[in-house]
Write a new protein. Structure first.
Length: 435
């Protein structure tokens, strides 16, 4: 398999390469993704980020996947990654397999960090992870910093638990289940809280990342660091360098001109009980054109439909959240509400195609040696079988630059000037550039 590599000239000595594998066996895939990534480099990689789909859980396991990588990867290479719904790179668009980005550059210091039990104690997890990176890089002579994070995304304990039709069971799940699930490492990912704390701990860092997931069922997800496989954790890779850092983030949403007021919430503002002083579920469904009878008959279908209608807040319109489930009369949010005045948004397949053009306009893309893109898997899903249009559009804009777009359940990005936010339905870009 031919490797995709790029050498940035102008005396930067930076090389970047994309690794790729479609092999079914976990160990074989690890070997191939590492081989294809590093064979295009003239120097050992300074860091290696790798993502796979959930399929290797039943085809050898993720420990074997990492063992395969380390048969090839030079010992001590900083490595993080995790499971995603799919990826798009210079080779194509895939919902099964593995892909990696390897970067080699002499003027860079790299550290990795990990924090565990993110669903039970997200603040402690972020503090531990951030401290590991900050401590390791505090003596670096390079003044520009960026961090790539990979966070355990939301999980549900069993099938269809995010659509509960019983009002009594829904109320119990909202008031008791929210706390109980955290003890067992399931439930909402709490990425919004974690990114808020990370920004406070690392204010001078450019931050980008996303949440791990399976293929959409939200049962399992995994995080990788060095040769270890974790769940319910945050892993991160921090870099200090003399190169300028570029991050851009945009939402792939449209305003529907529909609004409503949240009039009551519970569980740290993550569950809406009343909208416009009416039962939240009924009022929300009416806003997206669904009546209760339809929901009773086809609840899971309409839960998926609600995924295409994220919300934002008049008090903070850079922030988005989405529906994580219906619990009886209640609406569970993926991220906590950051206001009471809500604007209903929508997403379309055509919207993400236009978004890609908007994201890359006004930039001399040839200055960038690689591009890393955490993107909402739901945005891509709106295109259905036409996801190849995204790759075509990326190729038009990026040309031969190594790029890796990973499809995550939630994303985050920001700069020291515009601090990172955890959002849904976003498209985010990271690269570096010569001064």
């Amino acid at each position: 398999m031919q490797s995709i590599t790029k050498n940035l000239i102008n005396n930067s000595n930076l090389e970047a390469s994309i690794g790729h594998s479609r092999k079914w066996n976990a160990r074989d895939a690890g070997i191939e993704v590492a081989k294809t990534a590093i064979k295009g480099l003239n120097q050992p990689p300074s860091f290696f980020i790798v993502f796979s789909t959930i399929h290797y859980k039943k085809n050898g396991g993720f420990k074997n996947f990492l063992d395969g990588i380390w048969e090839i990867l030079p010992k001590g290479t900083p490595l993080i990654g995790g499971t995603v719904a799919g990826f798009i790179n210079n080779y194509g668009s895939y919902s099964r397999g593995a892909s990696a980005l390897a970067v080699s550059y002499p003027n860079i210091d790299v550290a990795v960090g990990i924090g565990k039990q993110t669903k039970l104690n997200p603040k402690k997890a972020v503090k531990t992870c951030s401290y590991m990176i900050k401590k390791s890089l505090e003596k670096s002579k390079f003044k520009n910093h960026f961090l790539i994070n990979v966070i355990s995304g939301p999980t549900i304990p069993f099938s269809k638990f995010n659509v509960i039709k019983s009002k009594i069971v829904g109320k119990l799940a909202a008031h008791l289940g929210y706390k109980l699930f955290s003890l067992f490492g399931v439930g909402v990912g709490k990425e919004d809280d974690m990114i808020d704390w990370m920004v406070n701990l690392l204010p001078d860092y450019f931050i980008i990342g996303g949440s791990t997931m399976d293929s959409g069922q939200m049962f399992h997800n995994y995080q990788f660091i060095d040769n270890q496989v974790h769940t319910n954790s945050i892993v991160a890779l921090g870099c200090s360098t003399d190169l300028d850092i570029f991050i851009k983030s945009s939402l792939g949403v449209h305003d529907t001109n529909k609004t409503f007021d949240i009039t009551n919430m519970v569980s740290n503002d993550r569950i809406i009980t009343k909208i416009n002083n009416k039962p939240a579920k009924e009022e929300f469904l009416s806003k997206i054109g669904i009546v209760e009878k339809q929901f009773v008959e086809l609840g899971p279908f309409y839960y998926k439909t609600s995924n295409y209608f994220p919300i934002t807040f008049e008090e903070n319109n850079k922030y988005t959240s989405g529906v994580a489930g219906f619990l009886g009369d209640y609406v569970a949010l993926g991220y906590k509400a950051r206001g009471n005045k809500v604007k209903l948004l929508s997403i379309t397949g055509e919207g993400i195609i236009d978004l890609i053009d908007d994201m890359f306009e006004e930039y001399n893309i040839n200055k960038y040696p690689f591009i890393f893109i955490p993107c909402s898997f739901i945005l891509v899903n709106t295109l259905g079988s036409r996801t190849n249009l995204i790759r075509k559009k990326l190729e038009e804009n990026i040309d031969n630059i190594p790029y890796l777009m990973v499809l995550t359940v939630n994303e985050n990005a920001g700069t020291p000037e515009e601090p990172a936010l955890a959002r849904v339905y976003s498209f985010n870009i990271l690269s570096v550039v010569n001064k």
